[in-house]
Design a binder for this molecule. Structure first.
Ligand code: SAH
Ligand code: SF4
Ligand code: F3S
Length: 439
């Protein structure tokens, strides 16, 4: 059997798209290999969110020349956000003559046809569609986990945050129908999946494009919790401007929905938020957090931060720093601002020095580490729900809490693998949590 190798760059959306790529390759009778040297076809599913990511991918594509020399029949396909980006397909075409196929995000499902065609004609295929097309519900996929499933609820983004390339490479918001999401989730649950993670660039605007008064994120969540079975729902990403009371209430009241919210703030300075076109102020964000914490006292909050956005002064940065401290996030993903071609921020004056960005990002990483250390200490004595992932040795199991934290659980009774359990944290040593069952 011929073998395929897929390398994924970027976000969860891409990780899930790669499951669709794998589905297409399986249906063409390829089997997976994790060694690219053994592959007959290599697919890079790419990202262009920051320049660093882009440069790394170009480097990785360059490295494939060696493999193509060893195996002239090797097929190399490049898809995803980088190839969708204006002009990049042409760059790949010129710079890397050994690449066989390039396609964008809007025609991902065509990959299968392109491979068949390439095998017949041996002519290089470069096809990037400018516009998004209607949602295709008949996609094959090959899921990488047997208990963790990603489910797209919408595609694209309408927000045009001034730094961000995503709306340019993923098109406008398109929501799947509630009944289509429902049947996918129901079948996943029936097949033993335990975590369903709903995916969208801004899940809180789910249904806005359908605009029938019924298709909303809160209603979707409610509907999915009516599915019978032992499973939990997660979702990402939430946009602070659209996360409303209805959604907060559903999370607070439905035990099947995990109390974890990824709520990127990006900056703690109202001035910078305005320049970013985020549509909320520092005060509005903090009020929202207050509301969430009141409704969901054990909520686990995480965020994304951009430092060094144009015009960010030391004072603006301090606003971000103090906001992170005040919210006391469980997870902080901090990035240095990276100029993206075609975005509004690209043209802004007062771009910030790389050295300053670097200092600021390090300060945030340090702060985040210290917050997490303290949070882990405070977890001792408290009980959290998690899933038993595997047995480590006699009477010891690895459990993963909904927040993603690992806990080593000691239990005299044998614990079913992939069962949800309430775990009381007893100890926290060198950032490893220990616990016992407390059902
Ligand atoms: N839709 C999500 C995630 C988008 S991309 C959201 O709205 O939050 C993930 C993260 O990458 C963003 O949250 C942002 O923090 C970061 N990011 C996006 N564009 C960037 C840029 N030009 N430079 C640095 N970080 C960026
Ligand atoms: Fe980018 Fe903003 Fe859309 Fe997120 S909401 S994908 S940061 S434009
Ligand atoms: Fe995701 Fe990167 Fe595209 S973050 S949406 S893969 S630009």
């Amino acid at each position: 059997m011929q073998k395929y190798y897929i390398k994924t760059f970027g976000c969860q959306m891409n990780v899930h798209d790669s499951e669709k790529i794998a589905g297409m390759l399986k249906s063409l009778e390829y089997e997976e290999t994790n060694k690219k040297e053994q592959a007959d076809i290599i697919v890079f599913n790419t990202c262009c969110i920051r320049d660093g990511v882009e440069q790394k991918i170009f480097g990785n594509i360059g490295d494939l020349k060696r493999l193509k020399k060893q195996n002239p029949n090797l097929i190399i396909a490049i898809c995803g956000c980088l190839s969708q980006q204006n002009g990049r397909a042409e760059v790949i075409k010129q710079k890397f003559p050994f690449v066989s196929i390039v396609l964008g995000t809007h025609n991902l499902n065509e990959l299968k046809n392109y491979i068949v065609k390439f095998k017949q004609t041996h002519k290089r295929i470069f096809d990037v569609w400018e516009k998004e097309k209607a949602i295709d519900e008949n996609v094959e996929m090959f899921r990488t986990s047997n208990y963790n499933a990603w489910v797209n609820i919408m595609y694209g983004c309408n927000n045009f945050c001034t730094y961000c390339i995503v709306p340019y490479v993923r098109g406008r918001e398109r929501s799947r129908k509630m009944e289509d999401v429902y049947s996918e989730v129901e079948s996943l649950v029936n097949n033993g999946y335990k975590y369903i993670t709903l995916l969208g660039q801004n899940v809180n605007s789910y249904g806005n494009d359908i605009n029938d008064g019924k298709t909303t994120f809160a209603n979707l969540l409610k509907l999915l919790t009516t599915i019978k079975g032992d499973f939990r729902i997660k979702f990402m990403t939430s946009h602070p401007k659209d996360l409303n009371d209805d959604v907060i209430n559903v999370i607070a009241t439905e035990p099947k929905i995990c109390n974890t919210i990824h709520l990127p703030v990006q900056s703690g300075s109202t001035k910078i938020l305005k320049l970013m076109n985020r549509n909320y102020s520092r005060e509005q964000y903090l009020n929202l957090i207050k509301k969430i914490k009141q409704a969901i006292p054990d909520v686990y909050l995480s965020t994304d931060i951009i430092v060094g956005f144009p015009n960010e002064t030391e004072e603006d940065f301090l606003y971000t720093y103090t906001l992170i401290k005040e919210v006391n996030y469980g997870g902080v993903f901090a990035f240095m601002y990276s100029k993206r071609t075609g975005t509004v921020a690209e043209k802004m004056e007062n771009q910030i020095d790389e050295k300053i960005k670097n200092e600021r990002v390090n300060k945030i990483l340090k702060l985040s580490k210290s917050l997490i250390k303290q949070q882990n200490k405070e977890m001792c004595g408290k009980t959290f729900e998690g899933i038993i992932e595997k047995e480590l040795e006699n009477n010891k199991y690895l459990a993963v809490l909904h927040s993603g934290k690992n806990v080593i659980v000691e239990s005299e009774n044998s614990l079913p693998i992939l069962s949800f359990q309430n775990i009381k944290i007893t100890n926290n040593e060198a950032s490893q949590l220990f616990g016992v069952i407390n059902n």
